[in-house]
Write a protein that binds this ligand. Structure first.
Ligand SMILES: Nc1ncnc2c1ncn2[C@@H]1O[C@H](COP(=O)(O)OP(=O)(O)OP(=O)(O)O)[C@@H](O)[C@H]1O
Length: 349
């Protein structure tokens, strides 16, 4: 059996809106192995960051249920003191915006030294030279000078390299990268992604890579989890997902990507938006309102993620007869459909 570095079971993170709690992450289960990159992909508002923040224990005023098993313990059960020992140590995060991730009033070297101190990684007299070494490791030219700089003196790409240096300072086993290149120019993006891949290989770490960019997924991921409206709707190895996508949401996302073959033709647009937390129907297929041409009976009630091929999981039976937009078959027979899918009383056995 393959060793699991992280195993998340039925994670549910709810935010309070008015006097009620509404789940932004709803029954999410996933796992990551050492040296594996799992991409978590989905539109804005699908719950990717809420998942990452829940794993890191960074949410306040939320209700979090489920299990986050990491190194033999459920992180959701740890108190703040114990969590602080893990966070920034074996479990580290690269944030979306390097400017807000860094302290504007502290020299770069001091920010790296702080994390070394907290985790007792190096002896006091070695910390400064190790900070410079780390800056060098993440490809910063003249690392000794940059160590003495403040964040505002650096470019966005350099700042993100510093954030990465801090994240890897204590050789994390698991790295969570939340849209690590969104705030950067395209040319810099590729360099940062290469760097993350290289460091991950060096450290043999698992990576949870959060992105809405399918190009980044194709380049970086080993496996992909597609998230929609708080739920994972499809999980598969990266090649399988791109070659053989099943869930209507995954197929819609992939079809909205420009390819050479589509030059001159219109891109597919997914109509509508991810529903607001307090406005969503939580009993059926959450993507159903955005594919209204798909007959209602092809959707399940309370759909679950099921393995449809080796290591390939899909939520809801609607994928079986889905076609994009107007190509939708108009003549599916409900009874035949049920016979074919085995859907009885709303679920597939
Ligand atoms: N602190 C909060 N209080 C209330 N609702 C929140 C809070 N944080 C996030 N949400 C809601 O939870 C849902 C998921 O948000 P989240 O930021 O996780 O999405 P995302 O997929 O990471 O999007 P993006 O790519 O834009 O960061 C959204 O409906 C969002 O409005």
């Amino acid at each position: 059996m393959t060793e699991k570095l992280l195993e998340v079971n039925n994670l549910k993170t709810s935010f309070k809106i008015g006097s009620e709690y509404f789940p932004a992450v709803d029954d999410v289960s996933l796992s990551i192995q050492p040296n594996e990159v799992l991409a978590l992909v989905g539109e804005s508002g699908s719950g990717k960051s809420a998942t990452a923040f829940s794993l890191m224990g960074l949410h306040r005023k939320t209700r979090i249920e489920g299990e986050v098993n990491f190194q033999g313990q459920n992180l959701l059960k740890l108190n703040e003191g114990k969590m602080n020992k893990i966070r920034g140590g074996d479990l580290a995060m690269i944030f979306q915006d390097p400017m807000t991730a860094l302290n504007p009033l502290m020299k770069i070297k001091q920010q790296i030294i702080e994390t070394l101190k907290i985790h007792n990684t190096k002896a006091k007299n070695e910390r400064e030279s190790y900070a410079v070494e780390l800056l060098d490791r993440v490809g910063i030219p003249r690392p000794d000078r940059v160590a003495e700089a403040y964040p505002h003196e650096l470019s966005g790409g350099m700042r993100q390299r510093v954030v990465i240096a801090i994240a890897i300072a204590n050789r994390p086993k698991l790295l969570i990268a939340d849209e690590p290149t969104t705030a950067l120019d395209v040319t810099i993006q590729a360099q940062i992604l290469d760097l993350i891949r290289e460091l991950q290989d060096d450290l043999n770490s698992g990576v949870l890579l959060i992105t809405h960019d399918l190009g980044v997924v194709a380049e970086m991921a080993d496996r992909v989890a597609v998230m929609y409206a708080g739920q994972i709707v499809e999980v598969a190895p990266v090649r399988e997902l791109f070659k053989n996508p099943q869930h209507p949401y995954t197929r819609s996302l992939l079809n909205s990507l420009p390819t050479e073959a589509m030059l001159g033709s219109k891109l597919h647009v997914i109509q509508g938006v991810v529903p607001a937390l307090n406005k969503m129907d939580r009993t059926g297929c959450r993507f159903a309102p955005r594919i209204p041409w798909v007959p209602a009976f092809t959707h399940e009630k309370n759909p679950k993620l099921r393995e449809i091929a080796d290591d390939h999981y899909v939520r809801c039976t609607c994928y079986k007869n889905f076609s994009l937009g107007s190509e939708a078959p108009q003549n599916i027979d409900a009874e035949e459909y049920q016979l074919e899918t085995g859907a009885r009383g709303g679920s597939v056995r």
